[in-house]
Write a protein that binds this ligand. Structure first.
Ligand code: UDP
Length: 321
């Protein structure tokens, strides 16, 4: 193990890895990396590398473990034996059991488990390379993997830690800061700013604690943006709209923008000529559904207008609207 550094923050206010005190490490996210999992995510955060697989919702066996009114979430955090300098003994440890428990609890308020009584949602978080902050890295990846699995959630969960070194609060601890620092406060937060995990090692005054929570929340907000961007990119590719040859383009656009048309944008009944069901020149002819054709035309105009406004084009992401 490296020795304790003399100073963690230099005269320019920079940390050992060159970061500002309120700067998170670079994060990259890959989604859907495992073909057999329902959802998966590989995440690198600084020197941390984690892989998360999500399975479910699927029927829970044995049945006596089933919850009649909701799904059960199981979360397993595991460090690969080779993920740290000193080999980790394979199998559960007190540390991994604790991290698995608090991480599961970090997701319980957002995952809509009530939709799947009797089911289980399994989250497997494997730490491949550790450099402090692995529980928070795993939570960030799990959030994406759950979304990738299509599990209904009220929002994403993001996590990061604040610590104290050289008597200063620093965001997103690296290994020396974690191992030799004065405090470590990992937090997980929902998109609404609700905290779903707080743990703390070391000492912080009440004032420092408050500041640390605010700093952590800011870190989580930045991570949420990275997570959302990653999901958008993934689903923009996946949902590229390829209009089949035998489907009329207008019908297709109509289906996409159906929910974007405000009620008050529908043509007023009074504005529509030809309401009568009689099929004559004044009232307009009826289409196959028995609706006057000009109503349909007017509706299509609105749909097309809405489509123009939304710039709906072939290949656009329908989920972003
Ligand atoms: N660590 C280690 N061996 C262990 C557990 C942890 O070398 O058995 C290292 C690893 O780099 C980890 C860091 O210590 O990321 C901090 O561990 P901590 O328990 O604070 O959890 P984390 O910050 O990773 O969530």
């Amino acid at each position: 193990m490296n020795d304790k550094p003399e100073k963690f923050i230099d005269e320019n206010g920079l940390r050992l890895d060159g970061r500002q005190i309120n700067e998170i490490r670079p994060m990259t996210i890959k989604i859907g990396v495992l073909s057999r999992a329902d959802g998966s995510c590989y995440l690198e955060w600084g020197n941390n590398k984690v892989l998360v697989a999500v399975y479910g919702p699927r029927e829970l066996h044995p049945r006596r473990l089933q919850k009649s009114d909701s799904a059960l979430i199981r979360y397993r955090y595991n460090m690969a034996a080779f993920s740290v300098e000193e080999r980790v003994r394979p199998g559960p440890s007190r540390r991994s059991i604790e991290i698995s428990k608090v991480s599961r609890e970090a997701f319980e308020p957002v995952v809509m488990t009530q939709l799947y009584p009797g089911a289980v949602i399994d989250v497997f978080a494997e730490v491949l390379q550790a450099d402090a902050g692995t529980r928070t890295a795993a939570i960030n990846a799990a959030s994406i993997a759950l979304a990738d699995a299509g599990i209904p959630m009220k929002g994403l969960v993001a996590a990061c830690a604040v610590g104290k070194v050289d008597d200063k609060l620093v965001l997103d601890l690296n290994k020396p800061e974690d191992n030799y620092g004065q405090a470590d406060l990992p937090i997980a937060m929902t998109q609404d700013g609700d905290i779903t995990l707080v743990q703390m090692d070391g000492d912080l005054s009440q004032e420092e604690f408050k500041q640390a929570v605010e700093m952590c929340k800011e870190g989580c907000r930045q991570i949420l943006e990275i997570q959302k961007e990653a999901l958008k990119n993934k689903f923009a590719d996946d949902t590229a709209v390829n209009i089949p040859d035998d489907i009329d383009e207008v019908t297709y656009v109509e289906a996409i923008v159906e929910f974007d048309i405000e009620e008050d944008e529908y043509p007023e009944e009074d504005d529509i000529s030809g309401e009568s069901e009689d099929e004559d020149e004044d009232t307009g002819s009826l289409d196959e559904e028995g609706e006057p054709e000009d109503i349909e035309e007017e509706f299509i105009d609105i749909v097309e207008e809405a489509a123009d406004e939304e710039e709906i084009t072939e290949g656009s992401d329908i989920r972003e609207q």
